[in-house]
Design a protein around this ligand. Structure first.
Ligand code: AMP
Length: 141
């Protein structure tokens, strides 16, 4: 259960593959989930390598928590949502698929269930439009 730097989020951090970036600071990075379970579904990751919550250093976890709160507030405003779901999975048995620590942030609406995992990627133009809404809400905060 060691960190492997060929995971997809490490590649995004290194700029080797593209992402719809929302926010970045010295310790964290936030971007759109490419297979959203709801409009505005985004992810927050630490820059420092860690596999999941079981191995992350405290400072890195605290930084991710701060950015997660920032993004949760921003998506609530950006989509006029009724609530926000924050999810985080650890190891395959815990539902983890990408082995670089990440928190999911999903705007929620009364009576609207999460979309199932279909494995289908969202259209880039929709991800880009939703990213713009979230960035505008971040800029206004
Ligand atoms: P999990 O490890 O179960 O928390 O899920 C990993 C998440 O990463 C899923 O919601 C995927 O849709 C998402 N994902 C996988 N590849 C990418 C990518 N290249 N860019 C953005 N999100 C991704």
């Amino acid at each position: 259960m060691t960190y492997q730097d060929d995971n997809i989020f490490a590649k995004i951090l290194r700029g080797e593959i593209p992402s719809h970036k929302l926010y970045e600071d010295a310790d964290t990075f936030a971007f759109m989930d490419i297979m959203p379970r709801g409009d505005g579904h985004c992810l927050v990751i630490p820059k420092k390598p860690s596999r999941n919550i079981l191995d992350v250093e405290e400072d890195s976890l605290a930084a991710v928590a701060r950015t997660t709160q920032k993004l949760a507030r921003a998506v609530l405003r950006a989509f006029s949502a009724d609530g926000v779901t924050v999810q985080q999975f650890n190891e395959p048995a815990g539902g983890q698929v990408v082995f670089h620590l990440h928190f999911h942030i999903i705007p929620r609406f009364e009576g609207v269930p999460l979309r199932p995992h279909t494995g289908e990627m969202e259209k880039p133009e929709i991800l880009a439009a939703n990213a713009e809404k979230i960035k505008a809400a971040l800029a206004a905060s």
